[in-house]
Design a protein around this ligand. Structure first.
Ligand SMILES: Cc1ncc(COP(=O)(O)O)c(C=O)c1O
Length: 880
């Protein structure tokens, strides 16, 4: 190359291109497009110094990747001269909508490049016009490469495992190796070669359980019969029949693609039906014929009304007694979410929670509940007549929010109830996972240790915010359904029994204090795995508002709960459920089974990009601070020692260790930002700045923080917009401060101090008044919410106290116990700071005054705080 400036510039560019290709090469081997062949072609053009052709091919590839057109048309990167530019232009939206869905099939096989290409072509030859989907093959030569491929390539939907492949990858990239170590620590060593296939199936099912795995074996049927084949979908015996394989691959994907209820509803909407039913909106009749509400029809389009029905005939089904497509849709959801049974709900997790509580809890049962759980649980406790033990979460006073309940607190309460001889009455532990702010429990550890104390304890995990978690391998390990399945398997195994015998000896004679600090194991002969998860599908996945699911993995469901569950479901479910919501749950399930893995991965990426952008921007970081793991989870609960997901000094941290071991972790998709340094409280920032000025919606604030939630629809551009907005706000603050008078500056500093330093301590749950506790002489804290709740119906038994004038403190100093009659729920934080029957403490009053929020449910400022009269309490005490 010439030494002219142009020549030099060119050689710099060529070097750059070579370096980029080198970086891409190991990763491209795991993708079908442009794949190994595309990279090979690019390298060839570069080495031939055919730069125009190189640049052209690069731009074709980029266009195809960005527009996704490679999913719709075959883009021949190997033959530059033969390509049809017409086909590669960005296709119109309608064409995209009607294109057959595309996926990739991973072949694990030791093939030469020529054999690999021949196989790709042979499979392409199998395509038929009426195939519902199209796919391309990607081939990798080893066990490890297969794992890397399924972890990186979200297009993969099926894996075909042959018998002739090696174990190790030649790919030595550090990042890939790190991924590998996570999934396969226990299996990497000592697998006999003939077991590579089944073992690979097993590990793939662990990482991406939604994938179909096909095993092709050269061993005889007899040899294979009865062996553990790692849960593969189907075994083929030494065959080269591509058509059979092709049909099975398509059938496997179609099983996930099928939406029994959505399809039935579409069919129904096409039928000519006369409506003689109390439902004028059905078929849009009351809208089309109207002179005044036609804009409703224009806005929604007709399909929504054609599908609007309450008919249980015509191929549709009844949510209250499903036997047809709703039942099938629920079964498909059970498969997708890893439960034994799944039930749809059309009025949110608020209802799901009440259903589960009512199904499990009988009046007088003791239930341990995290105090800052959603209000539906508290109301559920009233309905179920539970005796409630409220569990305190660790406080984050600096940010006016709560964390989650430490395991020690739960164990302490259980052991206390055990000592009081009340363990037989303890029915359920109810925790929110993850919390609104993104604190995630170590579900496995909580269940194990609690089951060691109370072997048939029922767990209700409120996963209102966590439906997406099943579809990311890191997240999945902390979900209820995954954990229940793992524990079931563990307790059956002889290895566990052996370990438990040892453990039993170790803990013999330990007192409660020692048990609190010992990791406990349940007795395999007594333990029953009983877990329920309630999820607001509509909050984190695709579903119309109020679409929720209850997932059940309860060993005793059939024997003990099914009937009660049915009754509870009937109690809370409308007899006119909205079919559109049910259809959207069905479609949302299809989506996660086919692209949940990709969506969660991209969501996490978007959230991480947001963290990085805010933390590293000099002006933003002056006013806004992204709360790190270390800010939201105290050190004692972070065994991994991880402080942050990203920081300027260390860059990205590996979160896997934290998710595998820590008592609590932080959901990376939720980004809490402290705004106190901007002199704004969370509520003002949310409403007056973000919403009014920029149209940005958020739904959670604390006194000095705001929570930005990403979701599966969050794009890089929406993150970029948010950053722009924050920069604009920061610039405004900056110029306001520059122009301010010394007085104004002092006022600003006072505000900042007030928001960042003078924060009221968060009060713990005080206690239930004795009138609502059992009179059995024990000192356990459970209280009868229902008794207090209904006593308050009698206005004559209630007094009112203003909270501002100090009269409550005066009454307390004079020895009166003030007891709340109602749930008092300020927004934020959005959970009851007082419940019926709870003794009001000075700390709670102080907190209420300092809260400074406009919305407090259950409190009427004109009347004051409602408490039980002294006479009412005396009367109750007399009867105890
Ligand atoms: C933890 C928790 N559980 C349950 C619910 C109620 O869910 P839904 O809105 O689906 O009724 C919420 C709502 O915000 C929640 O935060």
């Amino acid at each position: 190359m010439s030494a002219t400036p142009a020549g030099k510039a060119q050689s710099v560019l060529v070097e750059k291109a070579e370096a980029l290709l080198e970086a891409l090469e190991p990763i491209e081997a795991y993708w079908a497009f442009p794949g190994r062949i595309g990279l090979f072609q690019l390298r060839k053009l570069l080495s031939r110094e055919d730069y125009p052709a190189f640049a052209h091919l690069v731009s074709r590839i980029v266009r195809a990747l960005v527009s996704g057109s490679y999913r719709r048309h075959f883009i021949d990167v190997a033959h530059e001269d033969e390509h049809d530019p017409e086909k590669e232009v960005i296709d119109p939206v309608e064409e995209r909508a009607h294109a057959r869905p595309y996926f990739e099939v991973l072949f694990v096989d030791n093939l030469t490049t020529a054999q690999e290409e021949a196989q790709r072509l042979a499979l392409r030859d199998m395509r038929r016009a009426d195939d519902k989907f199209i796919y391309e093959a990607v081939t990798v030569p080893s066990f490890e490469d297969a794992l890397i491929a399924v972890l990186f390539n979200h297009n993969i939907q099926s894996v075909v495992i042959r018998y002739d492949f090696r174990f190790e990858s030649h790919n030595n990239l550090k990042i890939l190796q790190r991924y590998l170590n996570r999934v396969s620590d226990e299996v990497l060593d000592d697998i006999p070669e003939e077991d590579y296939g089944p073992e690979l199936c097993r590990v793939i099912r662990k990482v991406r359980p939604e994938l179909d795995t096909f095993l092709i074996t050269d061993r005889s049927v007899e040899e294979i019969a009865g062996r553990d084949l790692g849960g593969c979908l189907r075994v083929f015996y030494n065959q080269e029949d591509y058509m059979e394989l092709h049909l099975n691959i398509l059938r496997g994907v179609n099983a996930r693609y099928k939406t029994p209820f959505f399809t039935a509803l579409k069919e129904y909407s096409r039928q000519p039906t006369g409506v003689f039913h109390a439902m004028p909106i059905s078929r849009g009749k009351s809208i089309i014929r109207s002179n005044w509400i036609r804009d409703m029809g224009d806005f929604y389009g007709m399909n929504i009304f054609l599908a609007e029905t309450s008919a249980t005939s015509g191929g549709l089904d009844s949510l209250l007694d499903p036997h047809g497509p709703i039942k099938e849709a629920q079964e498909a959801a059970a498969r997708a979410f890893g439960s034994k049974h799944t039930f749809f709900a059309t009025n949110g997790t608020s209802t799901c929670n009440k259903i589960v509580v009512q199904a499990i809890v009988q009046p007088g049962d003791i239930v341990l509940v995290d105090r800052d759980c959603h209000k539906s649980h508290h109301y559920g406790m009233v309905l179920g007549g539970a005796n409630v033990v409220y569990l305190d979460s660790y406080p984050l006073s600096e940010f006016s929010m709560y964390g989650a309940v430490p395991l020690k607190e739960i164990k302490h309460r259980l052991l206390e109830l055990k000592s009081a001889g009340k363990l037989d009455r303890v029915r359920m532990l109810l925790l929110t996972n993850c919390t609104f702010d993104g604190i995630v429990y170590n579900v496995e550890r909580v269940m194990e240790e609690c089951l060691a104390i109370k072997p048939d304890l029922v767990f209700l995990w409120d996963e209102a915010w966590f439906a997406f978690a099943r579809f990311g391998p890191t997240y999945r390990q902390r979900t209820a359904m995954h954990t229940a399945a793992i524990l079931r398997e563990r307790y059956r195994s002889p290895e566990y029994r052996k370990a438990w015998m040892k453990h039993k000896k170790k803990i013999e004679g330990l007192d409660d204090a020692a048990l609190l600090t010992t990791r406990l194991m349940p007795d395999p002969d007594q333990v029953r795995v009983r877990a329920y998860a309630t999820q607001s599908t509509h909050k984190t996945l695709t579903s119309l508002r109020q679409g929720s699911m209850i997932h059940v993995h309860d060993q005793d469901f059939r024997g003990q709960v099914e009937q009660a569950f049915h009754e509870a479901y009937m109690t809370h479910t409308s007899t006119s459920p909205n079919y559109q919501i049910i259809a959207s749950l069905d479609v949302g399930r299809r989506q996660v089974e086919l692209e949940g893995f990709e969506m969660v991965q991209k969501q996490v990426e978007a959230a991480m990009a947001m963290r990085k952008a805010i933390t590293s921007h000099p002006l933003l970081s002056k006013y806004f601070r992204v709360l790190r793991v270390g800010d939201m989870i105290p050190e004692v609960y972070r065994e991994s020692g991880i402080q942050s997901y990203w920081d300027p000094e260390h860059g990205w941290n590996d979160i896997w260790d934290a998710w595998a071991q820590d008592e609590f972790t932080l959901d990376a998709t939720r980004v809490t930002i402290a705004v106190g340094a901007a002199g704004l409280d969370g509520d003002t920032f949310k409403n007056s700045v973000l919403m009014d000025k920029f149209g940005i919606q958020i739904n959670k604030t604390s006194r000095n923080t705001v929570l930005f939630m990403t979701n599966i629809g969050t794009t890089r551009s929406s993150v970029a917009y948010l950053i722009e907005v924050l920069v604009e706000i920061a610039q405004d603050l900056e110029s306001e401060r520059e122009d301010s008078s010394p007085m104004e500056r002092r006022a600003f500093e006072r505000r900042v101090k007030n928001l960042t330093e003078d924060l009221p301590p968060l009060p713990d749950f005080s206690r239930f008044h004795d009138a609502f506790r059992s009179a059995d002489g024990s000192d356990t804290p459970e209280g009868d919410l229902r008794k207090a709740y209904f006593l308050a119906y009698d206005e004559g038994k209630c007094d009112y106290f203003p909270i501002e004038d100090g009269s409550m403190e005066k009454a307390m100093d004079a020895g009166r116990e003030l007891v709340s009659t109602s749930f008092i729920i300020p927004y934020p934080p959005g959970f009851p700071i007082l419940v019926p029957g709870q003794v009001i403490s000075k700390e709670i009053l102080h907190f209420m005054r300092a809260l400074d929020v406009k919305e407090i449910h259950g409190y009427r400022p004109d009347l004051g705080l409602r408490v039980f009269s002294e006479a009412a309490l005396k009367e109750l005490e007399k009867d105890r």
